[in-house]
Structure formats: structure tokens, C-alpha cells
Design a protein around this ligand. Structure first.
Ligand SMILES: Cc1cc2nc3c(=O)[nH]c(=O)nc-3n(C[C@H](O)[C@H](O)[C@H](O)COP(=O)(O)OP(=O)(O)OC[C@H]3O[C@@H](n4cnc5c(N)ncnc54)[C@H](O)[C@@H]3O)c2cc1C
Length: 387
């Protein structure tokens, strides 16, 4: 794709920059009310939630990869807030736009965009990870409500969420995939118990979630009964796209270069060391390739074409580049690499990189493991024999 900005895109860039000058100041970053006002104004101006129709609280713009790039870079340049983070915006909203009923779109999307509804993803179970379709959490329709019984695990931020979208087995007599439905429900109810799990970096982001007759209204099912697997594929596609976004690799690489400038190695800035420079140049090559693949994927999405396995390749790119950057950073920061992250002291520089190193391992698992992704790329993308 052509990344050269046309006259009209240059005018758009100026418009976005003027908007930011008039509407955002860095001292607002700690004020939640000011952030929500800014998000509302930026949505009204057409800069946020561009792919969400206006009737559901978005700005309903037609797809334009270059405009999206201009907005992302201009907002990042002044650290202005973008869309609400989290799986609700990244995964559930696009899934509801693809597969939800009109009532579900109207009830859930606007409140998710404002952050009033925060969603957890209830897929994995103790016996169902890569082989997700073997999940056993049950849903039974009784007196106008789904009664849900079972357990989910590795549920990111469930303890801070208000709602869950989950895959549950509602058709026990149907085949493995055909017996699954996609349900929405509130987490703050007597039948739900949430237990955070402590991770190796000391943080608690994951949870186990237990259901004992948890309830969901009958019409909070996305798609028909037994269609959950089809609906979940839509969510998974959006999950992989967001995990594989190339801007994340670029931001991380920029931080690595900054770190190499300010760290001293053999009595000079690490960035002047030939071995460090060589390593940075190799990683930069991978980041550039990831950016190009990302633009290819974005232009396919914008034109309604299927990017094929490029989405999966981009998830692999995020994973591999994340490992490379974390490993390079931990060598540059040297002995500080032995420190554990300490959230209480506000995570000073070196500890942040140690945390990054641990987090980079997670990318090889979340949203489908690297082994599974590589098998799909090989078998479905390249037509190689089944593993
Ligand atoms: C950061 C992060 C966030 C997550 N957030 C959520 C969340 O919010 N909600 C949620 O539901 N889940 C979440 N998960 C869970 C994630 O989806 C699972 O960890 C993942 O699907 C793998 O399942 P598993 O852990 O049971 O591993 P397993 O499936 O048991 O796999 C173990 C190992 O065996 C390999 N393996 C398994 N089957 C095959 C095969 N057929 N061929 C080759 N290799 C194979 C895997 O690649 C892996 O290396 C999250 C995980 C992470 C790391």
C-alpha cells in the first residue's frame, strides 16, 4: 500500500493536531472525568470508535487506513487517551457488530464504549485451553434464564469487570463444537465466585471464576443455541488482530532504543556499543517487517478482503519481537535484571524491563499458543501436511 500522505490526508493531519491542541493537556491524564469528556469529544469529532456506528455510540466513519494511522500517531505523540482499553472494546464490540441482535448492540455497545460495562472473556477451563471445544461449563435454560455451572480459568482482570462473555455447553447431546453457545452475563451476582491468581511477576491479573447456578437472561445469547463456536471465531479473529498490532512492537522498540541511550556500558552509552547497535538493527528490521505486514492486513480489512494467514503471522511477529526486545533490554540493563518488579515503588526503569521479559512469555499463550498458530499457518496457509 502507498503510505505517502495526499493533500487531503495532510489537511486531516493538521485538523487532528489542532483538535489535540484545543482539547488535550497532559495534566488531564490523571483526571478520569476529564478523560471521559475528552473521549466523548474525540468521538464526536470522528477520531475514536471509527468502526462503530453512531447509533451505538461510535463515530461511524468509513474505513481509511491512513487516517487511522494519523490519529494513532498524533494521539500517541501527545499521550492523549484513545479507545477504552480491554477485551470489551477489542473483542466483544466487534463480535456484537458481526453477530449480535439489534437489542444486544443497543444495550451493550454504548456502555462498553464509555467503560461503564467492563468485560471478561470466559473461554479457557482447567481441561480446555488449546482444545477449547472440549469445554464443560454447562448452561441450561430454566424459566426464562440460563443457569450456568462450572469453572473458567486464566480470565484476565475478571475481578475488575462487570460482565462476562463466555462459551458454555448448552446442547449436551450435540457434537463437541455444535453443543456450545455464547452467553453474556453479569459477574456481580450470588452464583459467581472470582479468585485472582498470583503470577510469577507478583501481579494478579488472571482469575479463576466459579459458577454455581449463575444466571443470564434467556435473550443474552449471541447467535442461536449451538452457534457459539461460529460466534467465538469472530471474537478470536479480533483478539488476534489486536494482540498482533504492529504499533505495539514499534512502541516497545522505541523504548528499547531510549533505554540503550541512557544506560552506560563500558563507560559509554550502550547505544554506541557495536554489538548493541548490531542487535538493535536486527530487531528494527523485524519491527519494520511487522509494520508492513500490519499495513497489509489493515488495507485488506478496510477493503473487505481476507488477509488470510497474515493476521496469525502478525500475532507471531508480536510474540517473537516481544521476546527479542525483552532479552536485549535485560542484557543492556545488566545486574538490575535480577530485581523483581515492585509495584509498590512505582516500577522504576530496570524493573519495568524485568516485568516485560516475564510478560513476553505470556504472548506465546494468550489468544492461542504459538504452537497452535504455527500449525494453522503451516497447514491452512501453506498447505503443508497435518502435524
Ligand atoms: C496473557 C494471557 C491472557 C489470557 N487471557 C485469557 C482470558 O481472558 N480468558 C480466557 O478464557 N483465557 C485466557 N488465557 C488463556 C489462554 O487462552 C490459554 O492459556 C491458551 O489457550 C492455552 O491453553 P492452556 O494454557 O490450557 O495450554 P494447553 O492447551 O494445555 O497447551 C500446553 C502446551 O501444549 C501445546 N499444545 C497443545 N495442543 C497442541 C497441539 N494440538 N499441537 C501442538 N502443540 C499443542 C501448547 O502450544 C502449549 O505449549 C490467557 C492466557 C494468557 C497467557
Amino acid at each position: 500500500m502507498d503510505l505517502e500522505l495526499s493533500e487531503s490526508h495532510l489537511a486531516f493531519q493538521e485538523e487532528v493536531e489542532n483538535f489535540l491542541v484545543s482539547n488535550w493537556r497532559s495534566d488531564l491524564a490523571k483526571d478520569p472525568e476529564a478523560i471521559s469528556v475528552f473521549r466523548r469529544t474525540a468521538t464526536g469529532a470522528g477520531y475514536l470508535y471509527r468502526n462503530v456506528p453512531e447509533i451505538y455510540g461510535g463515530s461511524g466513519q468509513s474505513p481509511d487506513v491512513l487516517k487511522a494511522k494519523i490519529i494513532r500517531e498524533s494521539f500517541a505523540g501527545v499521550r492523549a487517551p484513545r479507545e477504552m482499553p480491554g477485551v470489551g472494546m477489542m473483542m466483544l464490540v466487534p463480535t456484537l457488530l458481526d453477530c449480535g441482535s439489534e437489542l444486544q448492540k443497543q444495550s451493550f455497545i454504548p456502555r462498553t464504549l464509555t467503560g461503564e460495562y467492563r468485560w471478561a472473556q470466559g473461554y479457557s477451563e482447567p481441561g480446555a485451553g488449546s482444545d477449547l471445544a472440549s469445554l464443560r461449563t454447562k448452561g441450561e435454560l430454566v424459566d426464562g434464564h440460563w443457569l450456568i455451572n462450572g469453572q473458567k480459568i486464566w480470565t484476565t482482570m475478571a475481578h475488575k469487570c462487570t460482565h462476562m462473555f463466555a462459551l458454555v455447553r448448552t446442547e449436551p447431546d450435540a457434537g463437541k463444537h455444535a453443543g456450545i453457545s455464547y452467553l453474556l452475563f453479569e459477574l456481580d451476582q450470588p452464583g459467581v465466585t472470582i479468585r485472582p491468581l498470583k503470577q510469577m511477576n507478583g501481579d494478579k491479573e488472571f482469575c479463576e471464576v466459579f459458577f454455581e447456578d449463575a444466571r443470564a437472561p434467556a435473550d443474552w445469547i449471541v447467535g442461536e443455541r449451538g452457534e457459539g463456536w461460529r460466534v467465538s471465531k469472530s471474537t478470536l479473529k479480533h483478539e488476534r488482530n489486536s494482540v498482533g498490532a504492529a504499533s505495539g512492537s514499534k512502541d516497545l522498540f522505541d523504548k528499547l532504543v531510549k533505554q540503550a541511550r541512557k544506560t552506560t556500558l563500558n563507560e559509554r552509552p550502550a547505544i554506541e556499543d557495536p554489538l548493541v547497535r548490531d542487535r538493535l538493527a536486527k530487531i528494527q528490521g523485524h519491527v519494520m517487517a511487522h509494520l508492513c505486514a500490519g499495513y497489509y492486513q489493515l488495507s485488506c480489512d478496510a477493503g473487505g478482503a481476507d488477509a488470510g494467514i497474515v493476521g496469525l503471522m502478525n500475532k507471531m511477529n508480536t510474540t517473537v519481537i516481544g521476546h527479542e526486545i525483552a532479552a536485549a533490554a535485560s542484557e543492556v540493563i545488566g545486574d538490575s535484571n535480577l530485581q523483581m518488579p515492585d509495584y509498590k515503588v512505582g516500577r522504576p526503569g530496570a524493573e519495568k524491563w524485568v516485568n516485560q521479559q516475564m510478560l513476553s512469555l505470556a504472548a506465546a499463550l494468550g489468544g492461542g499458543t504459538s504452537n497452535i498458530n504455527l500449525n494453522i499457518i503451516a497447514e491452512r496457509g501453506l498447505g503443508l501436511p497435518r502435524d
